[in-house]
Design a protein around this ligand. Structure first.
Ligand SMILES: C[S@@+](CC[C@H](N)C(=O)[O-])C[C@H]1O[C@@H](n2cnc3c(N)ncnc32)[C@H](O)[C@@H]1O
Length: 246
């Protein structure tokens, strides 16, 4: 089944400055390759401009287009892959860490009947274009799941939930934004603390997933990892599946 989202929803552009810069550098290289004289004499060096600029142009524009494919299509497919790692009963208490504009939060809420989904975020507009609690709330309403969701402004490393509060914890492209390792470790310890025995954490990111997996293993969780699609997740995303023994 193709990945879905409700009409009118807007799940934003991840790291918008990165995508913009990839396009800008690519276009600058393309123009340089096409418009500069074919050979530039820089002192003793003769620079062949076409290969020197057109290959990087292809590289940067290609990366920008892959990024766009993720934003417009791949993120919904990746969400569905992540959520397929749990056998949903409908009564789960779910936490989405760094929910952004509600991609995973709305996705999990649609799996719930009597359960509830909580999304936490610090609403960074560097990490997600147009990031705001109100934008997420609008998406939840358009998806018809607002009654099953709560949004909380809270950093991952400072979670205030009681121990063993959640059956399922999800997070996509959030934890790498915590730049220093001790604070990241704090966030990972919080995940272990608020996860119920028998619960599962599904943590996806483009880097540091080995670090997350090691932390969860050392905390006694059973861990496996799985790559997302290399074509439709850019940068390639890996999912850490960490199950807390019952
Ligand atoms: C790239 S966006 C991804 C959003 C969403 N998970 C998705 O896949 O569409 C990363 C999100 O993590 C949030 N974030 C960054 N650092 C955080 C932290 N320490 N605690 C909670 N959220 C954080 C940002 O505000 C942003 O909404």
């Amino acid at each position: 089944m193709p990945p879905t989202h409700a009409p009118g929803t807007d799940y934003g552009v991840d790291a918008p400055a990165v995508m913009r810069n990839l396009f800008l550098v690519g276009i600058a290289c393309l123009l340089a390759g096409l418009l500069l004289p074919r050979v530039l004499h820089l002192g003793p060096v003769a620079l062949q401009t076409r290969p020197s600029f057109l290959w990087p142009a292809g590289f940067f524009i290609g990366e920008a287009l892959l990024f766009l494919l993720y934003v417009k299509y791949g993120k919904f497919r990746h969400r569905d892959l992540m959520l397929s790692k749990h056998a949903w009963q409908g009564d789960e208490q779910v936490l989405d860490i760094g929910c952004g504009r509600g991609l995973l939060l709305a996705g999990t809420a649609k799996k719930l009947t009597s359960g509830h989904a909580t999304g936490i975020d610090i609403w960074s507009t560097e990490d997600m274009g147009g990031n705001a609690e109100s934008a997420t709330q609008k998406n939840l309403q358009l998806e018809g799941v607002a009654d099953r969701c709560t949004l909380v402004s809270l950093p991952a490393q400072e979670m205030t939930f009681a121990d063993a509060s959640f059956d399922v914890i999800v997070s996509n492209l959030c934890l790498h934004n915590i730049y220093d390792k001790p604070t990241r470790e704090q966030a990972l310890s919080q995940i272990v603390r608020v996860l119920k025995p028998g619960g599962v954490a599904l943590i996806s990111d483009y880097k540091l997933t080995g670090e997350y997996a090691d932390h969860f293993r050392n905390a006694g969780l059973n861990v496996t990892t799985q790559w997302g699609s290399f074509l439709t997740t850019f940068p390639p995303l890996r999912i850490v599946v960490a199950r807390k023994p019952a």
